[in-house]
Design a binder for this molecule. Structure first.
Ligand code: TRP
Length: 332
């Protein structure tokens, strides 16, 4: 009997660029998953308008992100890649699930509290119900596994609660998704504030490296990365900057931290940083090359996301029809 592959679902918002941190911490590992799971990768454009976007930029970044999925090695024959706004079932299920989610639950979401502080001039209802749309994304596909970082863990918990609540009222409808704990992807920190995660929304562009950044700019940013005044290349208290560069070198070159530590014993930061920069450039070079090719081939990328959306809509519709029937809507 052929074994049925589990469904793994993930989505990325098209806000800002994809950083070296996103790549080493997540996307790089996705490539290894495509043989073992049925994977879906969504560009979450509906989510991204919960904060103000410039329309032309949003459109451009959405296509760039999908092209980047391809450039990183995700195969459209093996994965479904699509834009969230192309599959209306997401918005439809989100409405229904809104009616099975409590204000109290949403008020407890730390990301909402966080974002409403950062965007105090635009605390819109979409920002509040953001986790419900995310639950809809996941539940539409009878997802088994969702790879989540700490920042999205609470949202996944909520999706599980909503699914269990709905199933409890109407009988088994949704699969309860589990978190997928990835093989330890590298955790890459900001180059300017190495106690914070590397983030594409960092207002200081020196803090992050984009996966499609050119070699000169990468070298400059690594050269100016914050370190310490001790001058030795090792892990330890107050050495977060050096530790981060060691993680970056290790993740991009494959060399172990221990080996890096002993190889650089007695050497200076200048030499070390030059090597880190070179390893990053070499690691990203093939991605950048493929990315540039895909960006030239609009027709191909369009075919990928159009077929992706058709496939996704077909799968989503099956769940949505079931939901409509259960809540008592008249069959159309
Ligand atoms: N909220 C997620 C983030 O900002 C993106 C996202 C939207 C997502 N829908 C999802 C992630 C469904 C996993 C599953 O990172």
């Amino acid at each position: 009997m052929e074994e049925v592959k589990k469904i793994l679902y993930s989505a990325v918002q098209p806000s800002g660029c994809v950083t070296l941190g996103n790549y080493l911490g997540a996307i790089k590992n996705w490539v290894d998953l495509q043989e073992s799971y049925n994977c879906m990768y969504c560009v979450a454009d509906l989510h991204s308008i919960t904060v103000r976007q410039t329309p032309a930029d949003l459109r451009k970044r959405s296509v760039e992100l999908l092209s980047l999925f391809l450039a990183c090695g995700l195969d459209p024959e093996k994965n479904i890649m699509y834009f969230q706004s192309h599959v209306p079932a997401h918005a439809e299920l989100a409405w229904i699930l809104n009616c099975y989610t409590y204000m109290g639950e949403l008020s407890r979401m730390t990301q909402f509290k966080d974002k409403s502080q950062r965007h105090a001039d635009n605390i819109n209802a979409g920002l509040f119900t953001y986790p419900v749309l995310m639950a809809a994304d996941i539940l539409l596909y009878q997802t088994d596994l969702v790879p989540v970082g700490v920042d999205q863990k609470q949202h996944l918990e909520l999706a599980r609660d909503i699914a269990a609540r709905f199933n409890g009222i109407y009988s088994e409808t949704f699969k309860i998704p589990e978190p997928y704990i990835a093989k330890v992807g590298a955790k890459i920190m900001s180059l300017t504030e190495p106690t914070k995660k590397m983030s594409k929304s960092d207002p200081n562009p020196k803090g992050f490296i984009s996966v499609v950044e050119d070699a000169d700019s990468i070298a400059k940013k690594i050269k100016s990365a914050v370190t310490d005044s001790e001058g030795s290349i090792r892990r330890g208290e107050g050495k977060e900057g050096i530790e981060n560069l060691m993680s970056i070198l290790s993740a991009t070159s494959g060399e172990s931290i221990e080996s890096i530590e002993s190889r650089f014993a007695g050497k200076g930061y200048g030499e070390f940083k030059a090597e880190v920069a070179e390893a990053v450039v070499e690691c990203l070079r093939p991605i950048k090359e493929k990315y540039d090719q895909y960006m030239q081939d609009k027709a191909y990328v369009e075919k990928v996301y159009t077929e992706g959306a058709q496939h996704a809509q077909y799968l989503a519709r099956r769940t949505l029809d079931k939901v409509y029937r259960k809540v008592g809507f008249v069959k159309r």
